[in-house]
Design a binder for this molecule. Structure first.
Ligand SMILES: [Zn+2]
Length: 234
């Protein structure tokens, strides 16, 4: 990894893997490019990590990314998958294709996905902790967390409105952190000093995230389909 690169406002954090606290040996995209389509947007968020975390995540990310596209299409049959990237992956990985196919349970017009919870949770953790590190310079390795998931087409109007509301807070994020660049200051500071942390759209229709200024919560949307909110126990 490039030690001269600026990943964080606080450059002392550059020496640690953002996910386990081990030595930084390489870097990783958060979100991984498997959640995005080509052409990739410029300046994707990147943070330092160790080789092991980088390797372990990539296997689970491929699974989660394909799972979401299969959920969207209600099938693991590559010829029926809308997204080109996942269609190619499933065609080249018959084992992954069979695995996801075996996890789809059809009940008339309903589908249930008996997905691999630990792999899914591993990627939820990577995305949440990675966004916290990149946005707020907040590295947390041992914190436990809870998360909720929704399928966007099945959300009620009020769930949708609540989920997409930006986080607010009364403490500004770290000096020089990325989130400080897009924090919204109130129009009238005399009333209440509340700051809004708007959604960061990484790629329209593919990935967006929002990190609370106090680093307690992170939410993200993948493929305009899966909505996840993570609460960190600090
Ligand atoms: Zn690591």
């Amino acid at each position: 990894m490039n030690q001269n690169k600026t990943y964080y406002g606080d450059s002392r954090l550059n020496y640690f893997c953002a996910f386990c606290g081990g030595p930084a040996e390489t870097e990783d995209h958060v979100p991984s490019r498997c959640f995005l389509d080509k052409p990739y947007p410029p300046n994707l968020p990147v943070i330092p990590c160790c080789h092991k975390c980088n390797h372990d995540f990539s296997i689970d990310e491929e699974y989660v990314s394909c799972l979401i596209d299969c959920m969207k299409s209600h099938t693991a049959d590559p010829s029926l998958i809308q997204r080109g990237k996942t269609r190619e992956t499933l065609l080249h990985s018959p084992k992954l294709q069979e695995r996801i196919a075996s996890q789809i349970k059809e009940f008339g017009e309903y589908y249930l996905f008996d997905y691999e919870k630990e792999r899914f949770k591993n990627i939820v953790r990577k995305l949440a902790f990675g966004h916290l590190a990149f946005e707020n310079d907040y590295l947390t390795w041992n914190s436990s967390f809870l998360f909720s998931i929704w399928l966007i087409p099945e959300m009620t109007e009020s769930q949708y409105a609540t989920f997409f509301k930006p986080y607010t807070g009364d403490l500004l994020p770290e000096v020089n952190s990325h989130s400080l660049e897009h924090i919204l200051l109130p129009d009238n500071a005399d009333i209440v000093m509340q700051f809004a942390a708007p959604w960061v759209i990484v790629q329209e229709g593919r990935y967006a995230y929002c990190v609370s200024p106090d680093s307690n919560k992170v939410k993200f949307v993948i493929a305009d389909y899966l909505a996840v909110e993570v609460s960190i126990n600090q």
